[in-house]
Design a protein around this ligand. Structure first.
Ligand code: NAP
Ligand code: F7E
Length: 323
């Protein structure tokens, strides 16, 4: 019989890639979606009829338990969150409700409704924040620098706690930044690649940016959802860092993106304090040796290829008048 998976956050970047992956593996895929006045599930439009969508919300614990009873999943991937770091300073309480307490709500629903489920929690390299070790591993202590990072640290610890307290098969994937042509427009990679395409097509001539010196370990989302799945196929639940083991500055990202369309970024990019954060994460670089050894996982897409893939996709989209 086909395995069943429930994905929260199926309309997000990772949810769409994960749903594709699980469908290819023969899973029956269920997704939780929030009610909105206009249903625009663009990232999963191509999966219509292949995945089953159910209304629910991480804030509504009863909706989570009801969904578990209805769908009877073997695996639950908790990808839903308020995931944009700057918004977490504007809406810290909401971020805590979704991104931190939402995890406990789901774990409680699992514990009481379907304790045999294998549970994946989408943890983040933002928990390392002002890093206490370079590169960062599963053993590096956390020092989050935003309400988002703080909320994710709570989500990580409560996942470990429920594993240890109630013997749930619960894992925390500590994923470093991962991107794709489906990335939201406000995140730095997609902001740059989309605006490069607009500039190249003559639709604008300037690009305001924040801190160009920040360093990130950027990988491809398609690779990272495969690591999530592998974590749930192990004999024992455990936590894993998922990263490329490379770090690059935002400036390098900008240079490569503009160069891809034959432009010099210095003519277009300027610093706008509106995009500078109250507290920055200066340097992230992950050591994914454990994931390689135990999961047999490795990234297939490197930084330059990733940026160029995103620029090319945005050039096509802008040409077609799409976002
Ligand atoms: P994303 O594109 O921002 O997607 C977030 C998803 O969460 C959307 O489907 C959104 O639904 C849903 N959501 C938000 N609040 C919800 C709520 N209260 N109830 C139900 N659903 C809710 O994020 P992503 O990049 O795919 O990331 C997936 C997960 O991994 C997130 O938890 C993120 O924090 C974490 N993460 C991401 C990265 C990365 O680099 N991408 C790295 C580490 C960890 P709507 O469509 O209705 O808004
Ligand atoms: O910023 C700098 C900014 O917003 C990356 C989320 O998926 O990954 C993501 O969080 C860097 C930061 O991602 C702009 O200051 C400069 O240093 O793309 P971002 P993030 O904050 O690293 C982690 C792993 C997650 O878990 C999160 O959910 O780029 N930066 N100028 C800028 N960033 C943005 N957004 N916009 C700028 O104009």
């Amino acid at each position: 019989m086909a395995k069943r998976a429930l994905i929260t956050g199926i309309t997000g970047q990772d949810g769409s890639y994960l749903a594709e992956l699980l469908l290819k593996k023969g899973y029956e895929v269920h997704g939780m979606v929030r009610r909105s006045s206009e249903e625009k599930f663009e990232r999963i439009a191509h999966l219509q009829g292949k995945v089953t969508l159910h209304q629910g919300d991480l804030l509504d614990q009863f909706s989570l338990a009801a969904l578990l009873s209805l769908t009877q999943p073997d695996e639950v991937y908790n990808l839903a969150a308020q995931s944009f770091v700057p918004t977490s300073w504007n809406q810290p309480v909401l971020t805590g409700e979704f991104t931190a307490l939402g995890v406990t709500k789901m774990l409680e629903a699992i514990r009481h409704t379907r304790p045999q489920v294998r549970f994946y929690q989408a943890s983040s390299s933002e928990m390392f924040g002002k890093v206490l070790e370079v590169p960062q591993t599963e053993d590096t202590p956390f020092y989050p620098r935003s309400p988002y990072g703080v909320a994710k640290a709570y989500g990580h610890h409560i996942t470990v706690n429920y594993r240890e307290s109630f013997k749930l098969f619960a894992v925390s994937g500590i994923l470093f930044n991962h991107e794709s042509p489906r990335r939201g427009l406000e995140f730095v990679t997609r902001k740059v690649t989309y605006n490069v395409a607009r500039i190249k097509h003559g639709l604008q001539d300037k690009l305001p940016m924040g801190n160009l010196d920040a360093k990130r370990d950027w990988g491809f989302a398609g690779d990272y959802v495969d690591a999530m799945w592998r974590m749930l196929q192990q004999d024992e639940p455990d936590d894993y860092v998922v990263s490329t083991n490379e770090t690059h500055t935002v400036k390098e990202l900008v240079e490569i993106a503009f160069a891809r369309v034959g432009l010099d970024y210095t003519k277009y990019v300027f610093t706008d304090p509106a995009f500078v954060r109250p507290a920055e994460v200066d340097l992230l670089i992950g050591d994914a040796a454990k994931a390689k050894k135990k999961l047999g996982w490795e990234p297939t897409v490197r930084f330059k290829e990733l940026v160029e893939m995103m620029v090319d996709a945005d050039m096509e989209r802008v040409k077609a008048g799409q976002r």
